[in-house]
Design a protein. Structure first.
Lengths: 80, 601
C-alpha cells in the first residue's frame, strides 16, 4: 500500500498533468484553488482523475472543507 | 396539477398528490452512471408514513421542529413529508456548512429532532461544541454496521407500521425555518408559512407547467429555497419526477440529461458557464464546414425565436445540440446569483431557454422570472403573479432599492423582531439590492445597497462573517467590506471582498523597510489613475503583516476569501460601545481612496 507521501506525490503529479502546470511548481501545502486558479467544479474534475488513478470511488463531500493537497491526500489515503 | 388554492398546508397538498398519482415515479436516485433507486408516489408514502408514526410515538406534534442535514436524496424528501404529515415545522440546514455552524443553527432553531446523513453526523460528533446539541432525537441515515452513533438512532430502523395521525396546519402557520447567510454570527432564520410555499408554487407552475412525465434534475442542495420549491414541492404537486444525482461533476450531469431525458433543471451561474464552455469547445473542434453550417442554423433559430421560444423548431434545427441535453429539455433555470447576459443569450440562441430570475429566501424563493415573451437577457424578468415589486427612493435614472410585497414574503425572522422590523417595513420587504423597472415591466438589477457579495456558485458572503478569520493580525484595527459597497458599480458579477487594515504605528526606523517590503502598495498609491494626485500617499504595511493576511486568507474556504487589502491610516469611526461605524468608514474610504489603492493578493 502507498504511504501518505507516495499518495501526495501521485496527487501532485495528477494535478500538474490535468491542469497543465509544471510539477515543480506544486507542493503539498499549496492551496489548490489558488495555485491552480480553479473553482469548486474544476476541483471535482481533479477528484475524478484521482478516482481513476487509485481505482476508488470518492463521494463529492470528501472535498468539503479541503483546500490543500496534503489534506486531500490524507482523505484519499484513508480510503486506500 | 393540483389546484393549490384548495389546500391549507404543504402536508395536505403533498398527501393529495401521493393519492392522485400513486403509480407515477416520483423519485429517481442516481449516483454517477448507476441508478440506486426508483420509487413511485405510492412507495414514497409507504416509506414516509411509518416514519411519521414513529416520530409521533416519540412525542413529535403540531408545531414541533425537525431539522434535516442531508445531501440530495430520497430520504431527504421522505423525511420532510413525514414532518409535514405530523404537523411539524421543517428546518432545512445546509449540509455544506462546517459542522460547528450547523450546531449553532440547530440551537437557534430549537429543533427537537435532527435527521442527518452518517458522514455529516460524524463531522458534527467531532466538533468541540458537540455537547450543545439540544435535539432530543437524532436519526442517522446510512450508518455503517457497528458505527458509534453517540446515542442517535438509525433512520432505517425508526418506523412504526401503524397509521400515523395526519395533523393539518393553517395557511399562516410556519412551514419551514430557512436560514439565509447570517452576519456576524447573527443567524437569519426566515420563517416561511404554508401559504408562502403554496402561493409561490402556484405562481411558478403557472409559468412553467409540470405534469406526470416531466423529469426535473435536482442538483442544487434541497435545503436551498430554490431546489426545495422547484425540486420538491413543484414537481410533487404536479405528479412529476425528480431525479437526484449524488454528484455535481459536470460529466455525470451531462450523462444524466440523456439517460433520463430531463425536462427542467436549475443551475447556478458557475455551472451554466461550465456547460457553455464545454459547448463552445465542441463547436470550435468541428471541421470548418460543419462549423459554418452550425453558425447558420443558430442564426436561423435566433431569427425565428426572437419573440418567443419555439422548442420543436429549435430541436429540428439544432438536433445534435439538443440530443446532448437529452432531447426533451424545455428550459434551464438559473438562480442563486447574477448571470451574465451573454451566457443567457448563448443558450437561448441554441433553443435552450434559460429561465433567469431573481429572488431571496425572505421572499419565498422567486420574485421575478423571465417569461420569454420575449426573452430578455438584460433583465431578471417580471414579477411573478401575486408579487408586487417597488423601487424605493429612485434616482433620476429610476434606480433605487428593490422592495417586494405579496403572499410569498416570509412571516418574520425567527426570534429577531429587530431585524424583522428593519427588513419588512410597512409590509414591504427591503431586499438591499438596487434596480429599476423598465417600461415593459422587467426588473433590471444594478448593484447592491448592502455590504455583501454573491459568488457565481450562489453563495452569499457577508464581510462581517469572515472578519473572525483575521482576528489577531498585527494591526491596530481592521474591517472587511464588499468592494462594490465601498466603490459602487452597476454590476453584480465579479464581486470582491477587501480587507481594510489600519496598521500599528510603526517605529520611525522601520519606515523605509516597510516601503521596501511592500512595493505593490506604494506602486498603487502612485498610480497615474489616482483621482487626487495631491492626496497623501497611501501608507503601506510591513511584509510580515501582508504575509499574515495572506496566510489567514488561505484558511478561509475559497469563496469567502478577500481579493486584496487596503491600507487606511486613520482611526476607524466607532460607536460609544466601540463598534465600527461601517457606513461612516465606508464613506471616508470612498472619499479618499479608490479601487486602484487595493493591494491584490
Amino acid at each position: 500500500m502507498n504511504t501518505l507521501e507516495q499518495t501526495t506525490e501521485e496527487i501532485l503529479n495528477l494535478a500538474a498533468t490535468h491542469f497543465k502546470v509544471p510539477r515543480e511548481q506544486l507542493s503539498p501545502s499549496d492551496d489548490f484553488f489558488k495555485k491552480l486558479g480553479i473553482n469548486s467544479l474544476q476541483a471535482l474534475d481533479l477528484l475524478t482523475r484521482i478516482e481513476q488513478h487509485f481505482r476508488i470511488e470518492l463521494p463529492d463531500y470528501e472535498l468539503q472543507g479541503v483546500t490543500d493537497f496534503r489534506t486531500l491526500a490524507e482523505r484519499i489515503q484513508s480510503r486506500l | 396539477m393540483l389546484d393549490l388554492r384548495h389546500y391549507n398546508c404543504l402536508g395536505e397538498a403533498l398527501r393529495a398528490a401521493l393519492d392522485r398519482w400513486p403509480d407515477e415515479v416520483c423519485l429517481i436516485e442516481a449516483d454517477r452512471d448507476r441508478e440506486n433507486a426508483r420509487i413511485t408516489y405510492r412507495q414514497f408514502e409507504q416509506a414516509a408514513l411509518p416514519l411519521a408514526r414513529a416520530l409521533q410515538n416519540a412525542g413529535f406534534q403540531s408545531g414541533s421542529r425537525a431539522a434535516i442535514i442531508m445531501t440530495n436524496q430520497s430520504k431527504w424528501l421522505i423525511s420532510a413529508y413525514a414532518i409535514f404529515y405530523a404537523g411539524g415545522v421543517l428546518v432545512p440546514l445546509d449540509y455544506k456548512l462546517p459542522a460547528g455552524e450547523q450546531l449553532q443553527l440547530l440551537a437557534h432553531s430549537k429543533a427537537e429532532v435532527l435527521i442527518v446523513e452518517y458522514h455529516l453526523w460524524r463531522a458534527i460528533m467531532q466538533t468541540d461544541n458537540f455537547k450543545v446539541l439540544a435535539a432530543r432525537l437524532v436519526l442517522v441515515t446510512e450508518a455503517p454496521p457497528g458505527a458509534d452513533l453517540a446515542g442517535a438512532k438509525r433512520w432505517e430502523n425508526f418506523h412504526d407500521s401503524r397509521p400515523p395521525i395526519f395533523v393539518p396546519c393553517k395557511r399562516r402557520d410556519p412551514a419551514c425555518i430557512v436560514y439565509s447567510s447570517g452576519t456576524g454570527g447573527r443567524p437569519k432564520g426566515c420563517v416561511l408559512t404554508h401559504e408562502n410555499y403554496l402561493e409561490q408554487c402556484r405562481a411558478l407552475t403557472a409559468l412553467y407547467p409540470f405534469s406526470p412525465g416531466v423529469r426535473y434534475l435536482s442538483i442544487l442542495p434541497t435545503n436551498h429555497a430554490i431546489d426545495f420549491m422547484v425540486g420538491f414541492i413543484g414537481p410533487f404537486t404536479c405528479g412529476a419526477t425528480v431525479v437526484h444525482l449524488r454528484t455535481l461533476r459536470p460529466e455525470y450531469i451531462r450523462e444524466a440529461f440523456t439517460r433520463y431525458r430531463i425536462t427542467y433543471m436549475t443551475v447556478v451561474p458557475m455551472l451554466l458557464k461550465v456547460l457553455e464552455r464545454g459547448l463552445r469547445q465542441r463547436f470550435d473542434e468541428l471541421p470548418r464546414g460543419r462549423r459554418r453550417v452550425l453558425r447558420a442554423l443558430i442564426g436561423i433559430n435566433r431569427a425565428f425565436t426572437r419573440r418567443r421560444p419555439k422548442l420543436k423548431l429549435s430541436r429540428k434545427l439544432l438536433g445534435q445540440v439538443h440530443k446532448g441535453f437529452g432531447g426533451e429539455l424545455r428550459a434551464l433555470f438559473v438562480g442563486g446569483a447574477f448571470t451574465e447576459p451573454s451566457t443567457l443569450q448563448f443558450f437561448y440562441d441554441l433553443g435552450i431557454p434559460v429561465g433567469n430570475g431573481y429572488g431571496c429566501t425572505e421572499a419565498g424563493t422567486v420574485i421575478t422570472l423571465n417569461d420569454f415573451r420575449p426573452f430578455r437577457a438584460d433583465t431578471v424578468g417580471k414579477p411573478l403573479p401575486g408579487i408586487e415589486v417597488n423601487i424605493l427612493d429612485p434616482d433620476a435614472e429610476g434606480v433605487g432599492e428593490v422592495a417586494v410585497r405579496g403572499n410569498t414574503v416570509m412571516s418574520h425572522y425567527l426570534d429577531d423582531p429587530e431585524m424583522t422590523a428593519e427588513t419588512i417595513v410597512d409590509g414591504w420587504l427591503r431586499t438591499g439590492d438596487l434596480g429599476r423597472i423598465d417600461k415593459s415591466g422587467h426588473l433590471q438589477l444594478l448593484g447592491r445597497k448592502k455590504n455583501m457579495i454573491v459568488t457565481e456558485e450562489g453563495k452569499n458572503v457577508y464581510p462581517e462573517d469572515i472578519e473572525a478569520a483575521f482576528e489577531g493580525i498585527t494591526a491596530k484595527e481592521f474591517c472587511v467590506f464588499a468592494a462594490n459597497y465601498l466603490w459602487p458599480e452597476r454590476t453584480m458579477v465579479g464581486e470582491q471582498l477587501v480587507l481594510v487594515v489600519h496598521p500599528e504605528p510603526a517605529p520611525p526606523a522601520s519606515a523605509p523597510n516597510a516601503e521596501e517590503a511592500a512595493p505593490d502598495a506604494f506602486a498603487a498609491s502612485e498610480s497615474p489613475e489616482s483621482p487626487e494626485p495631491d492626496a497623501p500617499a497611501a501608507p503601506a504595511i510591513a511584509s510580515e503583516v501582508a504575509a499574515e493576511i495572506e496566510a489567514r486568507n488561505r484558511r478561509l474556504i475559497n469563496y469567502k476569501r478577500i481579493s486584496g487589502y487596503l491600507v487606511w491610516d486613520r482611526d476607524f469611526p466607532r460607536t460609544a460601545s466601540m463598534k465600527i461605524k461601517r457606513l461612516d468608514l465606508a464613506e471616508q474610504i470612498r472619499k479618499d481612496r479608490g479601487r486602484h489603492h487595493v493591494v491584490y493578493l
